[in-house]
Design a protein around this ligand. Structure first.
Ligand code: CO8
Length: 258
């Protein structure tokens, strides 16, 4: 049985971490499998939006504690880099990725949700960065993504206390954009994916790129980059189609066969 299940329908891929007995922990095998899946999806022309979720009670209960208990300093360094590498692949996917957080998103599991572009949570989801309670720090880029997402104060609070918060609190601090009843989680994620599918595929990929890279630049440089990316999009033919379709009062055909 595969550790990660992928189901594709109507240009949407639902990627489900599938080790429910172990709360979908991020083991070496799980990270390797996720890497393969996201590399394949990046190159799969039939998929335009990805939904990432977990089976059972957890989205993911973090990195593999047993594995980490046997690491020396260099191995721990490499292990943190490995998680960062795989989550970067998710973040840099040219196709938008929606995290549908179904349950526990702890430690590396919460860090994985933060590498996605959008986050919706089941009302039963639980979030937390409990690393300090294990004598660790978040090592899969959580120290960086969390403060960018929710600001300095809440990042400090969650990382220093290691406290768990429920979905409603996660919504209030901006960690997730929406909370829905657990039974509705996947349907709602698919509705969001369908909204995204209305956009041009190149525009979506370029928007992601400019948002991510621009965040690390000063304002003027980021705006200059944005303007260049805006211009470059016109080389894809997509803006021409989108603008023409509006004027002709029809839906854009992003692909010739549409
Ligand atoms: N790693 C390994 N095993 C785990 C993990 C984990 N993260 N989480 C749960 N398990 C295992 C348990 O050990 C148990 O195994 P077994 O059945 O063999 O005893 C099984 O899953 C079921 O767990 P519980 O009996 O505890 O089930 P409960 O329903 O009582 O509780 C919880 C579920 C709340 C998810 C609980 O298991 C828990 O708190 N898990 C740990 C959560 C945690 O602390 N996560 C953070 C880990 S650290 C991390 O992610 C750091 C990322 C960056 C690393 C980079 C640094 C190098």
């Amino acid at each position: 049985m595969s550790l990660v299940h992928v189901e594709k329908e109507n240009q949407i891929a639902v990627v489900t971490l599938n080790n429910p007995e172990k709360f979908n922990i991020l083991s070496r095998d799980m990270l390797d499998t996720l890497e393969n899946v996201f590399e394949e999806l990046r190159d799969d022309s039939e998929v335009r939006v990805v939904i990432l979720t977990g089976s059972g009670k957890a989205f993911a209960a973090g990195a593999d504690i047993k594995l980490m208990s046997g690491l020396d300093a260099l191995e721990a360094w490499r292990w943190a880099q490995r998680g960062q590498e795989v989550f970067k692949l998710i973040e840099e996917s040219p196709k938008p990725v929606i995290a549908a957080v179904n349950g526990y998103a702890l430690g590396g599991g919460m860090e994985m949700a933060m590498a996605c572009d959008l986050r919706i949570a089941a009302d039963t989801a639980i979030f937390g960065q409990p690393e300090v309670q294990l004598g660790l720090i978040p090592g899969f880029a959580g120290t960086q993504r969390l403060q960018r997402l929710v600001g300095h104060g809440w990042a400090m609070r969650l990382i220093l206390t290691g406290e768990r918060i429920d979905a409603q609190k996660a919504y209030e601090i901006g960690l997730v954009e929406e909370v829905v009843e657990k039974d509705r989680l996947l349907d709602r994620a698919k509705e969001l994916a369908k909204e995204i599918l209305k956009g041009g595929p190149q525009a979506l990929a370029v928007a992601k790129e400019v948002i991510h890279r621009g965040r690390e630049m000063n304002f003027d440089s980021a705006c200059a980059y944005e303007a260049q990316a805006f211009g470059l999009l016109f080389a894809t033919g997509e803006p021409q189609e989108g603008l023409k379709a509006f004027l002709e009062k029809r839906k854009p055909a992003w692909f010739p066969e549409e």
